[in-house]
Design a protein around this ligand. Sequence first.
Ligand code: C2E
Ligand code: CA
Ligand code: CA
Ligand code: CA
Length: 274
Amino acid sequence: FARTSGESFVICNEEHKNSQEKYLSLMSDLREELSQGHVKFAFQPKLNLQTGDVFGAEALIRWISPKHGFVPPDEFITMAEQTGDIKHLTSWALGQIIEQVGKWKKEFPEFLVAVNLSTRDLQNENLPDLLRMITREFEVAPERICLEVTESAVMGDMKRALKILNELADMGFYLSIDDYGTGYSSLAYIKKLPVHELKIDKAFVLNLATSPEDQILVQSTIDLAHNLGMKVTAEGVEDEQSLALLKQYGCDCAQGYFISRPVFVSEFEDFCRD
Ligand code: C2E
Ligand code: CA
Ligand code: CA
Ligand code: CA
């Protein structure tokens, strides 16, 4: 094992070796196909529940590989984190997405576009400088970019993550806690972070219309977040009734298949123009 980049190499059985080799070869395909234009971003509209307007989107990576077919982002992002490829992937992604926001500046000047950061990105002290460079290059105000970080990413090395998040917040970036409710954090913990928004994980939203437990959880999370001065987005809204409930609870924003699936740029623009 010459190329062990991880910390998890205590047990070194055949199965592990095979999966490690599979990772590395998939990552090298990713690098190659990325340079050939097979990796793109889809944009999922975010709806302001008070006004009913689309005010932005979440950018979601799509790798449609000639060799492997559609590879789910959850899968290759996790691998990229383990092999260390995530660093390059994230800086490339930030460049692509922020360039797109720059192109939208004229037609959609108020757009807020969300980018997903991974756990490792929050340990990278160069991230603020990188973001400063990219936003300057494409003349995009940091206020137009939302950075989504998961609660587990923040809880890892809290001190380092906090330093980076504070720097990003000071620069004007909009910060959001993604997948809220799936980790071990509490709002008491999160309120120490300079975040503007909580995103309630889709696990609590998908069955909102029929689950009294989810209704109570979602409603009280919204109230608590508001009392702590945060906005709330619900993801995974798949039906009209859930959307109506969220509106009734005073939830600020919603995202989900009921509003729109993540779609590529031109389809997204059509959606916003309608
Ligand atoms: P996430 O950030 O929690 O993104 C939400 C996921 O829910 C997306 O899956 C989205 O397509 C899906 N989704 C949206 N609306 C609905 C709905 O109404 N119902 C259901 N069932 N699902 C819905 P996707 O695109 O497969 O992404 C999966 C995960 O991969 C993301 O979870 C995020 O953690 C990661 N990811 C995606 N793009 C990027 C990226 O550019 N960078 C990084 N670091 N991670 C990314
Ligand atoms: Ca997200
Ligand atoms: Ca999420
Ligand atoms: Ca997720």
